[in-house]
Design a protein around this ligand. Structure first.
Ligand code: GLV
Length: 310
């Protein structure tokens, strides 16, 4: 039996090699060269793979989505019914996101955009010293990625708070939930970090109304999905001076069209959905372990909960 591998062209070979390093006996087929469809027992694929295509494999018993976010699986037609779908929970993916969040929280906290502008103008000017203990960092989402990034900020001495779907108690982090909790947290957040899963409930959550609840001069950091943010509403909030700046890794659509105002906006810092990239060597062992479990009929790791949307 074989594994169908389907990801970005530049990642295919690394993934194949990493899977074979874990188990040299694996028969790995690189999409679109699947061979006999009846031989495919697992599909390891990423967002570009058409879920309808997976209905061609009559003996498929496991789908692994090669990332943290699963919003692409929630869109019709979705994965073939009845086939378990696992996602990745990977230490390197989690650390990568915490690094990217820290980079941007520190960039904004330490007035880096202002110092860069002063440097460009060859102006020697000291800005008021920022106070870490007074810079409140609020997280939307305290899942695998959000919690690690929140803890990294707390470890530096920032007051950290987080908003989650269900009530949660986490030592060292003040938590909020529900609509009232969202309003309460936004009203006292100087740097807002979004690491929510994208679901019908969270699409467009960062909009004119919610951004207006942030104190004047607040910053936005979005490492989740472009669909969380109403992009025009962010531009309006930046251009009116209500928000001071934003760091964005995700957009809708991706790639962001070359004429989009974010590219040249002096208060927008962009990365091309590269905040945290899955490293095949780090993530391959859990894929191989899940295949072993699927074959043995044992409980699978990191299964996607389609009713929750993550
Ligand atoms: C990347 O965006 C991921 O979901 O892993």
């Amino acid at each position: 039996m074989a594994i169908l591998l389907s990801t970005k062209a530049n990642a295919m070979a690394d993934w194949r090699d990493a899977l074979l390093e874990c188990d040299p006996s694996l028969d790995i087929r690189l999409f679109p060269d699947a061979g006999d469809p009846a031989e495919i027992e697992a599909a390891v694929c990423w967002t570009q793979h058409d879920m309808a295509e997976l209905r061609r494999y009559p003996n498929l018993r496991l789908i692994v989505s090669m990332g943290a976010g699963v919003d692409h699986l929630l869109r019709p037609p979705g994965p073939p019914p009845g086939i378990p779908v696992a996602r990745l929970k990977d230490g390197r993916l989690t650390t990568g996101m915490a690094e990217w969040v820290l980079l941007n929280v520190l960039r904004f906290h330490r007035q880096d955009l202002d110092y860069r502008a002063l440097q460009a103008a060859r102006t020697w000017e000291e800005l008021p010293a920022p106070e870490t203990a007074e810079r409140r960092v609020g997280f939307l989402g305290l899942g695998e990625l959000g919690l690690a990034a929140a803890r990294a900020c707390a470890a530096l001495g920032f007051p950290v708070q987080g908003w989650t779907r269900r009530p949660r108690a986490i030592p060292g982090i003040e938590t909020f939930h529900g609509e009232d909790g969202l309003r309460a947290m936004l009203g006292r957040t100087d740097i807002l970090v979004c690491l929510l899963p994208l679901t019908p409930d969270t699409r467009g959550l960062l909009n004119r109304g919610t951004l207006a609840l942030l104190p004047r001069g607040a910053f936005l950091v979005n490492g989740a999905r472009g669909g969380h943010l109403v992009q025009e509403d962010l531009l309006a909030a930046l251009d009116s001076g209500h928000l001071a700046a934003a760091a964005l890794d995700v957009f809708e659509p991706e790639p962001l069209p070359a004429d989009h105002p974010f590219w040249a906006h002096p208060r927008v810092v962009m990365t091309p959905h590269a905040a945290s990239i899955t490293i095949p060597r780090s993530a391959a062992p859990q894929v191989v372990e899940n295949l072993r479990r699927a074959r043995a009929g044992e409980p699978l790791l990191n299964l996607v909960d389609f009713s929750a949307g993550y």
